[in-house]
Write a protein that binds this ligand. Structure first.
Ligand code: GTP
Length: 365
């Protein structure tokens, strides 16, 4: 990796990434891997995030883990291969977002920490975020993005100076389209004041409590690129955006383009892989097949003339000839027979064997 540049003060800032969630919305993919470890544009999603942190000049990273905790250390080790110094903190029981932040307090080395939700793909300028935090002498600074419909998010109105005036988690009538984007700068003393050893939601408890107590919460609006990869639809979109260079990363294992074909994959000359699709190691795509805007995990097989659109095909799964797979998630090792039609958010569980000609439009796979 190239040497980090940017904020001269960023080496005095710790990075904390919350990666302990179960990722229930991404099942069955998250039955075998934690969400931040899912192969996304050729590498674990977290590697893209770490490349952004490295590029901003931060080097000390603490991962707050719980679900499938050991898999993070197995892949990233002490972080030196990524130009980073990575530490791991394991929660025996998930402590929620606030509890997980508090739980890493004794590993911090600086007076300022940037906290990241480990499932957000973002073009946020971290140097500018830290500048806002210092300029407003804030206790906490939140990354905010503007969305068309804020009802499904935490809406966060700010005053003209950028100070947060309220924090409203998922409300029917949001007062603003600015939402909590899942990345925060914390003064260490504020982080240490979160109650230790119990479940705490930073969104529902910590932020509203801080506002009530008169703490300074700043909002930093940056809507360059932002995507929460929590759902299958968002996951395939984010992966395709990374492959096509729409979402920023320094960790793409190949050139930016319409498709990322990893080593050892075999794509027939008459097959078409487009729309930012990723084809994993050892995958076979047979003649006439079309793979569009999709992610094919290692070892899977797509038989002749099958059409796969906006879908994830799990490791070692097989899609039979002439099948149509559209907006679907196919679990690891599942066998989809020839001429099947799978659409509209269907999820096929790992190891399931769908007979030839099956048609599924719901989640009853
Ligand atoms: P869903 O079950 O699909 O909602 O996904 P999730 O479990 O990842 O929850 P959510 O998307 O709300 O979590 C946001 C971020 O916080 C993710 O990066 C999670 O890994 C992380 N996270 C959520 N809960 C915990 C927790 O209890 N401990 C830790 N360490 N991280 C958490």
């Amino acid at each position: 990796m190239t040497q980090p540049k940017s904020d001269p003060n960023s080496d005095t800032v710790d990075a904390v990434i919350l990666v302990g969630g179960q990722g229930t919305r991404l099942r069955p993919l998250t039955l075998s891997a934690a969400k931040p470890m899912l192969p996304t544009a050729g590498v674990p999603f977290l590697e893209h995030m770490l490349s952004r942190i490295h590029a901003a000049g931060m080097t000390h990273v603490v991962l707050g883990t719980s679900y499938k905790a050991q898999t993070f250390a197995e892949y990233f080790g002490d972080g030196s291969a990524f130009g980073l110094d990575i530490e791991y903190v394991v929660e025996d029981e998930p402590l929620g977002t606030g509890g997980a932040i508090r739980n890493v307090a004794d590993r911090l080395r600086a007076d300022t920490a940037v906290i990241f939700n480990g499932d957000i793909l973002s073009g946020l300028d971290l140097t500018a975020l830290l500048a806002t935090h210092r300029h407003l002498a804030a206790d906490v600074t939140l990354h905010l993005v503007e969305v068309a419909d804020a009802r499904a998010f935490g809406s966060v109105p700010t005053d003209p100076d950028g100070r947060v005036t309220a924090f409203l988690e998922k409300t029917e009538h949001p007062p603003t389209n600015q939402i909590n984007a899942g990345c925060y700068v914390f003064k260490r003393s504020v982080l240490e004041a979160i109650p230790a050893g119990r479940v705490v939601s930073v969104e529902r408890e910590t932020f509203p409590g801080l506002l009530e107590s008169g703490a300074v919460l700043a909002g930093h609006v940056d809507s360059t690129y932002w995507l929460d990869l929590g759902t299958p639809a968002a996951f395939v979109t984010g992966s395709a955006d990374l492959v096509r260079g729409v979402a920023p990363t320094a960790a793409l294992p190949g050139p930016v383009g319409d498709a990322l074909i990893l080593d050892g994959a075999s794509v027939a000359a008459t097959a078409s892989v487009i729309g930012g699709s990723t084809v994993g190691r050892g995958v076979v795509i047979e003649a006439g097949a079309v793979v569009d805007g999709s992610v094919i995990f290692d070892g899977a097989r797509v038989d002749r003339d099958a059409r796969i659109t906006r879908s994830v095909i799990g490791s070692d799964a097989r899609i039979g000839a002439d099948s149509i797979v559209d907006d679907a998630v196919i679990g690891d090792r599942a066998l989809v027979g020839a001429r099947c039609e799978l659409r509209s958010g269907i999820r096929v569980w790992p190891d399931v064997n769908l007979p030839a000609g099956s048609v599924r439009f719901s989640t009853d796979g």
